[in-house]
Design a protein around this ligand. Structure first.
Ligand SMILES: NC(=O)c1ccc[n+]([C@@H]2O[C@H](COP(=O)([O-])OP(=O)(O)OC[C@H]3O[C@@H](n4cnc5c(N)ncnc54)[C@H](OP(=O)(O)O)[C@@H]3O)[C@@H](O)[C@H]2O)c1
Length: 341
């Protein structure tokens, strides 16, 4: 049986296009001693995949030309010659963009909890990478405190929507989102319960922010970088914390990434700005998942998944993140038959 895979054939300049990747067929991998064969069910489409396509320094090496596109996902164990995995288990790990993958000593998977009454897409959203990123970024890196005025960019997205809801649940004085367009902004307030949402596409963001947060921003959770980060820096409160989670506005930059001009406001207001990568918290994932699962089950955490069907659509799905065409967590369903019990 074949293994359909999407490989990187050319480094993109700007957005991914039809010349960036190619759909190829290879023989299905054979399960060796100590390994397990996994049938891929769903891919997590993350903005960082675009950064891995560049030949540039990052927190992981670039994807090699000719290599299967790197990415995380879930799948079901169909054969196991390892004590670690059992046939029928649904597992999460680096599946990459393909239909079949081997779990090996170098490529380990974690077992997805069953019996919570949550479907696979929900688990991949709130209990997956973006939910966990939101949790530790806000509570640990951002040291969120009751009474904080919290601003979140990318507020209608997978990470941002969860950040704002945790901040509300933990007693923020005010939670303000930043998103693109009136429809997304309405979603942020009406669906995710933020107090307000500022539309950066409308222009005048600096003025909108000053009116919304006249006492300044205590905690800014930055998912986008660039100009929006610079604007928020002009309005930070004393001892503000700026959490650098992502810089999606810069991932398709064809020249130098935009520099930040207003860091001196962190001196004036004695603030700090700190970046992080969710894998820094790998040994604490269960802590976040326990809190997030409880919130979902109690109806305190609203979520939305944007599921694109078919492995071959993964490059298109990646581009949705940059056009803002996604609503909630972007996933690609590779095999619809896999279900959680
Ligand atoms: N540090 C970590 O470990 C970690 C882990 C996961 C994610 N992240 C980062 O978190 C951010 C959000 O990721 P996600 O997976 O949750 O994606 P997402 O928010 O679900 O989707 C991306 C959103 O970014 C917004 N966007 C795109 N281009 C933009 C621009 N030029 N200016 C402003 N907003 C723009 C779009 O929303 P609008 O329609 O509102 O413009 C789009 O829907 C990304 O920067 C990602 O790299 C970091």
């Amino acid at each position: 049986m074949d293994n359909r895979q999407i490989v990187l054939v050319r480094r993109p300049v700007g957005q991914v296009d039809s010349s960036t990747t190619s759909l190829v067929s290879s023989p299905r991998p054979v399960c060796g001693e100590g390994e397990a064969l996994i049938k891929v069910a769903m891919l997590s489409i993350d903005p960082t995949i675009r950064t891995w396509m560049d030949d540039a320094p990052g927190y992981l090496p670039p994807i090699g030309l000719g290599d299967v596109v790197r990415g995380s996902g879930t799948g079901v164990v169909v054969e196991s010659r390892s004590e670690r995995y059992h046939v029928g288990e649904v597992v999460f790990g680096m599946t990459d963009w393909q239909e079949w993958v081997l779990a090996t000593d170098d490529r380990r998977f974690s077992v997805v909890p069953q019996g919570l009454g949550l479907d696979l897409a929900t688990v991949m959203n709130v209990l997956g990478v973006t939910g966990i990123t939101a949790f530790f970024g806000l509570t640990d890196v951002g040291q969120m405190k009751e009474g904080d005025v919290v601003v979140v960019s990318g507020a209608a997205g997978a990470t941002g929507s969860v950040v704002g809801q945790i901040a509300k649940a933990r007693g923020a004085a005010k939670v303000v989102g930043i998103a693109g367009g009136p429809e997304k902004c309405a979603e942020v307030v009406e669906k995710y319960g933020f107090d307000e949402c500022l539309d950066y596409r409308q222009g005048g963001l600096r003025q909108q922010l000053t009116e919304s947060c006249p006492q300044g921003v205590d905690l800014y959770f930055d998912n986008v970088g660039g100009e929006i980060l610079d604007v928020v820096l002009t309005n930070v409160a004393m001892h503000a914390r700026v959490v650098l989670c992502g810089a999606i506005s810069q991932y398709n930059a064809t020249g130098a990434r935009r520099g930040i001009e207003n860091t001196s406001m962190l001196i004036v207001r004695r603030g700090r700005m700190e970046g992080f990568i969710v894998s820094d918290y790998a040994n604490r994932f269960v802590e976040a998942q326990t809190v997030l699962a409880a919130m979902v089950l109690a109806g305190q955490l609203r979520h939305q998944e944007h599921v694109v069907h078919g492995l071959e659509k993964a490059p298109e799905a990646l581009n949705l993140l940059f056009s803002g065409g996604n609503h909630g967590k972007t996933l690609v369903e590779v095999d619809e038959s896999v279900r959680l019990g």
